[in-house]
Structure formats: structure tokens, C-alpha cells
Design a protein around this ligand. Structure first.
Ligand code: COA
Length: 139
């Protein structure tokens, strides 16, 4: 097999979105699970917060902080071994704030891969200066 052919065998499933920016991928570990054996919702929230900040940091060209989690929906449980992909889209750029939609997809069962949307969220970040005060988003 050529290098290109080998690469093609490792391509992400076509059922993952191609119209949104992939901002993060992570594999949850047993330490991230709850008493039911599923992944703890608080761990997913922390990952979404990190993933959601990627585009705001780029747009704000510097430090941002989370001011609000406007919506958060756990649509399906996440299991150990699921590969999570976080996709982000910018919904609004204000004077000092940026609102982002984050969608999380789980890739499971590598032998016969299945892609499931597990979480959807909407968060607002504020660009801040060195003193932690809001600053204008550069245009
Ligand atoms: C974020 C923070 C700097 C904002 O300071 P502030 O003086 O309240 O700022 P403002 O009231 O001027 O609001 C700043 C922007 O946030 C937006 N905002 C404020 N509260 C909001 C809310 N509940 N939902 C959505 N947007 C909100 C405002 O609309 C404004 O956006 P715009 O400039 O684009 O119009 C301040 O609240 C803070 O430090 N919060 C703690 C952040 C933090 O520690 N996050 C990590 C989790 S613990």
C-alpha cells in the first residue's frame, strides 16, 4: 500500500460533519466515569467549555473567559472508549462577547463504526484584558 492509501484507511467516518470546524478530539478514560459507568456530565461540560473557547480566542486574538452557558443538552450517554469530536460554529460576535455553538459526536464500535451526536451546547465568552475586564473584539 502507498502512503496515501494507508492514510485513506485512517480517515474519519463520512457521517461526521464537514461543514463545521473541528476544534478538539478527546478519548474519555475510566477515571471520567460516574457510578453508572457512563461518562460524568461535569467532565463533558469542562471539555465543551475548552472546545468552545478555541474560535473565540482566535477571533479575540487573546484571552477570553466564559460568561454564560446558555444551553446544554446531553442527548445520548457517552461511554468509555467513545472517541469524542467537538465541532464549533460562531453564532454571534458582539462588542466584547462571542457566542458559540458546540456539537459533540461520539465515534464508537471501531469494528463497525457508529457516529452519534451526544451533546449540544451554546456558550458565550468575553474577551478580557490583563485586569480581567471586558475588551473590544478586534475588527
Ligand atoms: C465575564 C466578565 C469579565 C464580564 O464582565 P461584566 O462587567 O459583567 O461585563 P458586561 O456586563 O460589560 O458584559 C460583557 C459582555 O458579556 C455579555 N454578557 C454578560 N452577561 C451575559 C450573560 N448572562 N449571557 C450572555 N452574555 C452575557 C454582555 O452582553 C456583553 O457582551 P457585548 O459587549 O458583546 O454586548 C465578568 O462577569 C467575569 O469576570 N465573570 C467571571 C468569568 C469566569 O471566571 N468564568 C469562568 C467560570 S468560573
Amino acid at each position: 500500500m502507498t502512503h496515501a492509501e494507508l492514510q485513506a484507511t485512517a480517515q474519519a467516518p463520512a457521517s461526521l460533519p464537514s461543514d463545521k470546524e473541528l476544534v478538539m478530539r478527546v478519548l474519555p478514560m475510566p477515571a471520567d466515569s460516574n457510578a453508572n459507568g457512563d461518562i460524568f456530565g461535569g467532565w463533558i461540560m469542562a471539555q465543551v467549555d475548552l472546545a468552545g473557547s478555541v474560535l473565540p480566542v482566535r477571533i479575540a486574538k487573546g484571552r477570553v473567559t466564559t460568561v454564560a452557558v446558555n444551553q446544554f443538552v446531553f442527548k445520548q450517554p457517552v461511554s468509555i472508549g467513545d472517541l469524542l469530536s467537538f465541532y464549533a460554529t460562531v453564532e454571534r460576535v458582539g462588542n466584547t462577547s462571542i457566542t458559540v455553538r458546540v456539537e459533540v459526536y461520539a465515534e464508537r464500535n471501531p469494528a463497525d463504526v457508529q457516529v452519534v451526536k451526544v451533546t449540544e451546547a451554546n456558550l458565550t465568552y468575553v474577551a478580557i484584558d490583563r485586569e480581567g475586564k471586558p475588551r473590544q473584539i478586534p475588527r
